[in-house]
Design a protein around this ligand. Structure first.
Ligand code: BGC
Length: 438
């Protein structure tokens, strides 16, 4: 196997081991920008709608028992803004109460909660007022952050200000695949920079409220490769895309500066002094590799290929399984001088209905994370698997199955997959070991 001489790898002392979920993908019964998007024809595969999702809003207590069963000591969830503040300035006591119950339940089970303040969904009133397209949106978000700190800050000490700002902005404002469905790269980059600023300022608000909080954001990092290996334009394009997609956030956190320069599209600069060093750990979401092509004279100039033909083994979504990428990402992180910042894999997972690949997938990614951190002198602090349960996979609807536990959406029964047993073994042995095939 790639780069591995040993077959088991001890978890460092105090390691955060657990899973991640997001509100809209699991809770059910939400009413937000995505609910509205799901109603539009052609937006979601098989015309699925999130609907009841996993009914996690009611079943959270049982679900957290599953966490205990697999031996997790950490769980990441997100706070659904549209539930907490359904109308501007009107907060729901019921929603506050329920999230408090969730955090209390986790803590009572010895599981540290991580609260993410923005995971792709927004209140409709916020998006209709321009959302993160403008400065007003940043201010509104900061009010939300501050209120969440007041409501939950005695139960939560680890915060993610947001999930994947670059992915959110590019999908929602560049590719037009997710709400609000705009197709304007320059606007998308403007939104990225607004979100970076929002992160820096949210970090400051939380830190001022309680200096012992550990605060970060979850940053999606991917390996980007040229689709046509001998086509220079693909190479140049990949270089630019990699700089923006993977590394602009790290540059921003080091310097407080954003500079997006795309010839003929935008030249955008911003300085946010409070963002310098605005992280106590770095959250990395890693899934795999994409192939990019750039053909300026074609109608669709840029193509992103996530489902290459040349692979023998793929996830159910056709994505490449590329654990080697973890090493490349860590190497890059080292180059940005992040040796002292603890690293947490805040998401890593696979759509694998039959569960034939998941345990091996976890083994290869998790061990590469531990090996790479050692190799580059980085601090491996946590691994959170995506996901505890099967859940609503955005534009792909319910068919991708990412859970350690299978969800029967008709009965809402949860069933442990083989990989849930494997994960439990990791927690028990406190080491990542090669799974037994079959
Ligand atoms: C997102 C999750 C999503 C997962 C799998 C991540 O980028 O944060 O919400 O379910 O990818 O596609």
């Amino acid at each position: 196997m790639w780069g591995m001489e040993r077959e088991s790898f001890d978890l460092p002392e105090g390691f955060w081991l657990g899973t991640s979920l997001s509100a809209h993908q699991a809770e059910g019964g939400n009413f937000n920008t995505w609910t509205r998007w799901e109603e539009l024809p052609g937006k979601i595969k098989n015309r699925d709608q999130s609907g009841d999702a996993c009914r996690h809003w009611e079943l959270f207590e049982d679900d957290f028992e599953l966490l205990r069963w697999i031996g997790a000591n950490t769980h990441r969830l997100s706070l659904e803004w549209s539930r907490l503040e359904p109308q501007p300035g009107q907060w729901s006591n019921e929603a506050i109460h329920r999230y408090r119950q969730m955090f209390e339940s986790l803590r009572a089970k010895g599981i540290r909660p991580i609260a993410c303040l923005f995971h792709f969904t927004l209140p409709i009133w916020f998006e209709d007022a321009g959302g993160f397209e403008n400065e007003k949106g940043i201010e509104e978000f900061l009010k939300f952050v501050s209120r969440c700190q007041k409501e939950f800050g005695d139960l939560v000490s680890i915060w993610l200000t947001m999930n994947e700002p670059v992915v959110y902005a590019l999908a929602a404002f560049g590719a037009g695949l997710t709400p609000p469905g705009k197709k304007d790269i320059s606007l998308a980059l403007q939104v990225v920079s607004n979100l970076f600023e929002a992160h820096g300022r949210a970090f400051a608000i939380l830190k001022n409220a309680n200096p012992s909080y550990q605060i970060s954001l979850a940053h999606h990092m991917r390996i980007l490769s040229p689709e046509r290996r001998f086509w220079p334009l693909d190479f140049l394009f990949v270089k630019k895309a990699d700089a923006i997609f993977n590394w602009s956030l790290l540059h921003f956190l080091n310097t407080g500066e954003v500079h997006f320069q795309v010839p003929g599209i935008c030249d955008l600069k911003r300085r946010v002094p409070e963002a310098v060093g605005a992280l106590d750990f770095l959250g990395i979401n890693y899934y795999g590799r994409d192939y990019l092509s750039f053909t300026p004279l074609s109608e669709e100039k840029i193509k992103l290929n996530q489902t290459p033909n040349h692979l023998d083994v793929k996830t159910d979504m056709g994505w490449e399984i590329h654990p080697q990428g973890v090493d490349k990402i860590l190497h890059g992180i080292k180059r940005y001088g992040f040796e002292k910042i603890p690293l947490v894999m805040t998401e890593n997972g696979i759509a694998d209905h039959d569960d034939d690949l998941r345990s091996q997938f976890i083994y290869e990614h998790f061990s590469n994370f531990l090996i790479g951190c050692k190799k580059y002198g980085l601090n491996a602090k946590g691994y959170l698997h995506w996901s505890l349960l099967d859940n609503f996979e955005w534009i792909d609807g319910f068919y991708p199955r990412f859970g350690l536990f299978e969800v029967d959406y008709k009965t809402q029964k949860r069933l442990p997959r083989k990989s849930a047993h494997y994960f439990r073994g990791i927690a028990e042995k406190k080491c990542v070991f090669k799974p037994i095939p079959g």
